[in-house]
Design a protein around this ligand. Structure first.
Ligand code: PLP
Length: 332
């Protein structure tokens, strides 16, 4: 392929190998043989993700595919999964769906030790949308394996394996992908045996991210640090300003990263605020370059306060965001 005069450089944008299978070498499978097991774009992305978290990474087609793989690998019928209260509600929904397979879910306050009888622990650093941090020391000293969802922190702010967790989990749909145009998930481990068991589950179930997804996540990692620094700096300022606003009751912000939540008087007020924002998009999800706001009660029911609004801060100008929040709170 010639690139002269096009401004296109293969070094800047390597072609993606979309093969589903590769020829055997001398009659035997080579490094890549069938894409459900592994493919070049996936491996390249996993190497970068593993380096960020200090372990070996596996890429999945969504965050939920990653947590499903962790559950299928680590849990057995009759076992109890201890899930952090106020953590991503989808984890609770999934665990309830798996009840007929013999999994029992108990929720616990992750700022305190996990329940003694738990067989698997799922914490979140910080939890979405309640934004508490786990007591890592208490979780790590529990005999059960610990999976930590660090989607909101990203590996640039919290590396769960450094805190004694067995598995780090990310929805790469969020800040790792960063542009609301890719759905992906990640599991990272240090233990070789556990890594191979997770890989085997992924291979058998077929929950592997496509080459295009892997390429896109990999490419976005090159701007992760800059995006996160700026989103975090803006989130910090907005959290401070919201704390002084008369219509705002409670502000939750863990002091780092891009996500905060705050409460207005009640559920109806929250619905009016989300419909009144203009620069900020009224949509679900988090971690992208465009700021997003939504009333979480619609999804979470009693798991969160009725007036809770979740704000994911993007790359827009801080004063423009503040003006938008101000007019929306006023209009409500
Ligand atoms: N973990 C957290 C903290 C999330 O917020 C989400 C989705 O919102 C998930 C996991 C699930 O990820 P995905 O939507 O990529 O399946």
């Amino acid at each position: 392929m010639t690139t002269a005069g096009t401004g296109y450089s293969r070094a800047m944008d390597a072609p993606v190998d979309h093969s589903a299978s590769w020829p055997y070498e001398n009659g035997e499978p080579g490094r890549f043989s069938y894409a459900r097991a592994a493919h070049p774009a996936g491996v390249a992305c996993e190497e970068a993700l593993g380096a960020l978290d200090g372990g070996r990474a596996l890429l999945f087609p969504s965050g939920m595919a990653a947590v499903t793989t962790a559950l299928l690998t680590l849990a057995r019928p009759g076992q109890t999964i201890a899930l952090a209260e106020g953590a991503y509600y989808g984890h609770r929904v999934l665990l309830d769906e798996l009840a007929p397979w013999g999994l029992r879910c108990v929720e616990f306050d992750q700022t305190a030790p996990p329940p003694a009888g738990a067989d698997l622990i799922l914490v979140e650093a910080p939890s979405n949308p309640m934004l508490t941090m786990p007591d890592f020391a208490a979780a790590a000293s529990h005999p059960a394996p610990v999976v930590c969802d660090a989607t909101v922190a990203s590996p640039l702010r919290v590396r769960p394996l450094d805190h004694g967790c067995d598995v780090a989990l990310h929805s790469a749909t969020k800040v790792l992908g960063g542009h609301d145009d890719v759905l992906a998930g990640v599991l990272v481990t240090r233990d070789e045996d556990l890594h191979e068991r997770l890989r085997a589950t992924r291979h058998r179930t077929g929950m592997i991210a496509s080459a295009d997804t892997a390429w896109r996540v990999h490419r976005r990692l090159s701007t992760l640090a800059q995006r996160l620094d700026r989103q975090e700096a803006t989130a910090r300022i907005l959290a401070d300003r919201l704390r002084g606003h008369p219509a705002v009751r409670t502000v939750r912000y863990p002091g780092f990263s891009f996500l905060l939540s705050f409460d207005v008087a009640d559920g109806d007020t929250a619905r009016r605020v989300e419909r009144a924002v203009r620069t900020i998009v009224n949509a679900t999800s988090l971690g992208g370059v465009r700021s997003k706001l939504e009333a979480r009660r619609r999804w979470e029911g009693d798991r969160c306060p009725p007036g809770l609004l979740r704000l994911s801060v993007g790359l827009e100008d801080v004063d423009e965001l503040w003006a938008d929040l101000g007019q929306a709170l006023e209009a409500a």
